[in-house]
Design a protein around this ligand. Structure first.
Ligand code: AHR
Length: 681
């Protein structure tokens, strides 16, 4: 279509909707407003819903080191298998001894189930590895089969190989398996020599094709989905995981670095937190640890934002006596200081050397540190003080991220902000998993007072205090706690308020990030997967549309205040009352010299709009990106239909009007939709 044809098409559309009132907005394209932080949209990763082991971390073997409380979780054993505990890795001392039966056809075997099975692809290579020895000396053979237990007979084997073990010393043996077909539920079978006793430990299977081809790597499709989000910041490792159900099970970063074989297992609190979603085999191997986290940040070109324990166990689940006392905080403070050294210190410093030995002598250049997840009240505020003092003294350039607790407003939330201001935190991490009303800015407290929520939330924030990090948020539909299209559109509307207030909001990360369809504890989530496939939720696309079009500076986008009789006052296009549920925001992108306008229609009707591009002249072509859906608002992408709802590119002709030939954009914004317009200035 040429410009004229497109204009005609629009004229037709406009006449069809002649009955609906046209809403007019003005964008001041000349005066650049606040810079949009490069960290504005990012990732929040927590090992919930099998996000690490069984998810992003590409290891296919569950309980590879026999360290689970039940050492055979994930394994079937037969024959003469004995659990031993004097293995080569002091933090994971268990291994198994496979003794021969004494009969050629009686096999001593162990078989691993993986995480809901192992997803393998026909023709692709998988790297098997095992630590082994022959305790009595000499040579032994280990047979390795990748099997499909749904099929019996000769076809059961998807692939097989063997390794020759020799000598009394522990050594790592590797072999490549190439499955003959794709199967989502494979098992890995290892069987021992029929004559010689063999000890085996750290049994592992990874796809060779991991993200960036790393041996201790990430699942290619899932890591790529993260890269494609173009994140500016990456918060890790939680969430409640940071705190643990008790202090003993908190996330301890020092256990997550160094050789993977010697990273001790930790309980994952999500295996039992929700009794209706009980996953007794959900543990943390820390194979995806702090080194891998920093490396991913480097891959994605985003800022790492680690969060460490402030000495508080989960406050929801514990009384005061469960936390570290004030005079017991030093090891926790040291963890913070040492992490900064691990990330940024010279390669010959104590912790910088650990990083260098892992293959990264150059610093990771970490700039932010979160201290405490979702903590609240005096137990937090008093503990935070010595952390802030110690970090400021040693690393004055590190930006400290405090938290306002789990509430999105109310007395404790306010108290948190006051405390963070007093302690001069650089940013405050706010969390809100709220319903549709909240996201649309209509929620009220019990006394009927309007809450400070939705897209107008940040308009009234104090500009002199810490900046905002909206660290965990998602619209949880009332009575519909799963992903669905409508709530994603409400998130898009809410985000216009984040973008418009870029002078105070520096970061925002949707939560949670990942979920295995067979192993979730919490939903909605941004990216779903099974063992072979994945799909992006509509919320993913909302995040991506913002992140890829975040611009460099805010532009003023306003409409006439309907409440002003004289018609002179202008207000932002946000809030349900302003323009029939339309929300809009605008930014300028220096690198492409583009004005980028985002319009969200939260109403259930198509709405005609006119946007005056003040200070721009002449006809122009706008690039458009649209997220809309003709089906039910309850719909969502699925593994079987992963692309049902996704952004679609288009174009729209902008006309020139009046003597000044001012550029003007006219459009009909579909019901429940999110559309971006990009116009060269
Ligand atoms: O994202 C799930 C949980 O929600 C996080 O662990 C916690 O910070 C919040 O309560």
């Amino acid at each position: 279509m040429n410009l004229k044809q497109i204009s005609c098409a629009f004229a037709l559309m406009a006449s069809l909707s002649a009955s609906a009132q046209q809403h007019v907005m003005d964008v001041n394209t000349k005066k650049l407003g606040a810079p949009v932080s490069s960290t504005m949209y990012g990732l929040f990763f927590e090992d919930i819903n099998y996000a690490a082991d069984g998810g992003l971390y590409a290891e296919l073997v569950k309980n590879r080191s026999f360290e689970f409380p039940n050492p055979y979780t994930g394994w079937d054993i037969s024959g003469k298998v004995t659990l031993m505990n004097d293995g080569p890795f002091d933090k994971n001392p268990h291994y198994v001894r496979l003794a021969p039966s004494g009969h050629r056809d009686k096999h001593t075997m162990i078989e691993n189930h993986g995480f809901f099975g192992m997803g393998v692809k026909g023709g692709e290579e998988y790297r098997f590895s095992i630590w082994a020895r022959v305790p009595d000396g000499g040579n032994a053979k280990l047979w390795i089969d990748l099997v499909d237990n749904a099929t019996m007979g000769d076809d059961q084997k998807l692939g097989n190989t063997s390794v020759d073990v020799s000598g009394k010393e522990w050594k790592k043996y590797t072999a490549i398996l190439k499955p003959n077909r794709t199967f989502a539920k494979a098992h890995l079978r290892v069987w021992g020599d029929s004559h010689v006793t063999t000890d085996v430990e750290h049994v592992s299977l990874f796809p060779v094709n991991t993200y960036k081809g790393r041996e201790n790597g990430m699942r290619q499709d899932l890591a790529k989905a993260l890269e494609d989000l173009h994140p500016g910041v990456f918060r890790f490792p939680g969430g409640c995981i940071v705190e643990g159900t008790d202090l003993a099970t908190r996330y301890q970063w020092k256990n997550t670095v160094g050789p993977v074989e010697n990273r001790p297992l930790n309980e994952n609190r999500w295996h039992y937190t929700f009794t209706n979603r009980y996953f007794p085999d959900y543990f943390q191997t820390y194979g995806l640890g702090f080194f891998e986290f920093f490396q991913l940040c480097e891959d994605f070109g985003c800022e790492p934002l680690p969060v460490l324990s402030v000495g508080l166990a989960c406050q929801f689940q514990n009384g005061d006596d469960a936390h570290a006392k004030m005079d017991e905080l030093q090891p926790f403070i040291d963890d913070c200081l040492d992490l900064i050294e691990f990330a940024n210190g010279p390669a010959d410093s104590k912790w910088g050397k650990v990083r260098a030995d892992m293959g990264h002598p150059a610093p990771f250049n970490m700039k932010f540190l979160g201290i405490g997840n979702e903590q609240w009240d005096t137990p937090y505020y008093e503990r935070l003080k010595p952390f802030v003092k110690a970090v400021r003294e040693k690393y004055p350039n590190i930006k400290i991220v405090g938290t306002s607790g789990p509430d999105s407003e109310g007395a404790m939330f306010e108290k948190g902000w006051v405390a963070m201001k007093d302690q001069k935190a650089d940013l405050v991490d706010e969390h809100f998993y709220r319903n549709e009303e909240w996201f649309l800015g209509q929620a009220k407290d019990r006394d009927g007072n309007k809450l400070n929520c939705g897209a107008l939330r940040y308009d009234s924030y104090d500009r002199k205090g810490p900046k905002v990090f909206a660290g965990e948020y998602a619209c949880h539909g009332r009575g519909k706690k799963w992903n669905h299209y409508e709530t994603s559109i409400y998130e898009a509307a809410f985000m216009t308020g984040i973008e418009r207030n870029a002078d105070i909001v520096e970061m925002a990360t949707y939560a949670p990030l990942f979920a295995h369809v067979e192993g979730w504890q919490w939903r909605p989530d941004m990216i779903w997967y099974d063992n072979l496939r994945t799909f992006n939720s509509v919320s993913y696309y909302v995040q991506q549309m913002y992140a890829m079009n975040k611009g460099t500076n805010v532009l003023s986008l306003t409409t006439k205040d309907p409440a002003d009789a004289k018609g002179k006052k202008t207000i932002p296009v946000a809030g349900q009352d302003v323009l029939d549920g339309l929300h809009a925001t605008a930014v300028y992108e220096k690198s492409t010299n583009e004005v980028i306008i985002k319009v969200v229609n939260t109403s259930k009707k198509d709405q005609p709009i006119k946007i005056n591009l003040l200070d721009m002249k002449g006809e122009r072509m706008a690039q458009t990106i649209t997220l809309k859906h003709a089906g039910s608002p309850d719909d969502e992408n699925t593994l079987d239909n992963p692309q049902m709802i996704r952004p679609v590119n288009g174009t729209l002709a902008c006309s020139a009007t009046g003597k000044k030939q001012q550029t003007e954009l006219n459009d009909l914004v579909p019901r429940l939709s999110f559309r971006i317009y990009k116009i060269k200035k």
